[in-house]
Write a protein that binds this ligand. Structure first.
Ligand code: TPP
Length: 298
């Protein structure tokens, strides 16, 4: 990937990183309600994969969805207002952190719950012969949900244009994957006859290349594909629940997907991306603070 191609993708990752850091800070200040799941450290998956789909494709995300939304829509103001529960939020302030909907983008907090929905949308697009595909993001901890395997079966049997993206961050909340998942994540889907690929989810260029091939295959063949991207969550599961050893986190920071891009993006471009992200997010927070909360009647 050339520096010119990388720069805007890097900038989007910086926007997501800055947004997520601000979300945790706002929680600590008591300005946010409920819960949230940030994607700190997983920005390359969101940006790398979603840079390869069109806005007509259908995208499903899960509880950890902010990065996917920002990668598609570049709308920190709408998302921040949504998290702050204001009417100016992208769902009028009633969806919150986990339940977003805009155009062909849907998210849901029930683990695995969106996977069959994505298959249904893929089936609809196949019937309508639109050439669109569906993409669904799921965590490795969600591979304990039986509905994922029912969906794999039907996606393969009915040849659905559905790209599964497993963000394998090594944890389900506080349980390490190694303690709860037998065998190979990739082989699980291969057993249903899906084509599969696996790669480094912290390497933006590698993610984009793998995703481009996977998207092209799903669109061309009208068949499902299972893409496993190995990554690591640099933040807590939700707000403060992080019990991982300090040495493990230190090692993980060495593989930070943003730090790894520093050698490939110019210093002025990095500085500009940070300044721009901070300004846009500060403006988003300021605007949300003065916006109204929804009323029960609305
Ligand atoms: C059906 C269901 N069970 C439990 C939960 C609570 N929960 C939310 S996220 C999570 C762990 C998810 O792990 P994974 O799928 O690996 O995604 P990650 O959080 O690592 O991104 C759990 C247990 C839930 N949201 N839905």
């Amino acid at each position: 990937m050339s520096p010119e191609t990388l720069a805007p993708l890097h900038a989007r990752m910086v926007l997501i990183r800055t947004f997520e850091e601000s979300v945790l800070a706002l929680f600590a200040q008591g300005e946010l309600f409920g819960t949230t799941h940030t994607c700190l450290g997983q920005e390359a998956v969101a940006v790398g994969v979603l840079s390869q789909v069109t806005r007509d494709d259908v995208v499903f995300s899960n509880h950890r969805c902010h990065g996917h939304y920002l990668a598609l829509f570049d709308d920190p103001a709408g998302l921040m207002a949504e998290l702050m529960g204001r009417t100016t939020g992208l769902c009028g302030g009633v969806g919150g952190s986990q339940h977003l909907h805009r155009e062909n983008f849907y998210t849901n907090g029930v683990q695995g719950g969106i996977v069959p929905c994505a298959a249904g949308m893929a089936l609809a697009e196949k019937f309508k012969k639109t050439g669109r595909i569906a993409v669904v993001f799921l965590g490795d901890g969600t591979l304990g949900e039986g509905v994922v395997y029912e969906t794999l079966n039907l996606a393969s049997l009915w040849q659905l244009p559905l790209l599964f993206v497993v963000e394998a961050n090594g944890f389900a909340q506080s349980t390490p994957t190694a303690l709860q998942l037998a065998g190979s994540i990739t082989q699980r889907a291969a057993a249903f006859g899906l084509r599969t690929a696996e790669g480094d989810g912290n390497d933006l260029a590698a993610v984009a290349t793998l995703a481009a091939d996977a998207v092209a295959y799903v669109r061309r063949e009208t068949k499902p594909f299972w893409l496993v991207l190995n990554t690591y969550r640099l933040g807590p599961h939700s707000k403060g629940d992080d019990h991982r050893p300090a040495e493990e986190l230190l090692r993980a920071h060495e593989r930070d997907p943003l730090a790894r891009l520093c050698a490939r993006v110019t210093a002025p471009a990095i500085a500009a991306a940070k300044t721009d992200a901070r300004a846009r997010i500060a403006a988003a927070i300021a605007a949300a603070r003065v916006a109204p909360f929804p009323t029960a009647a609305a």
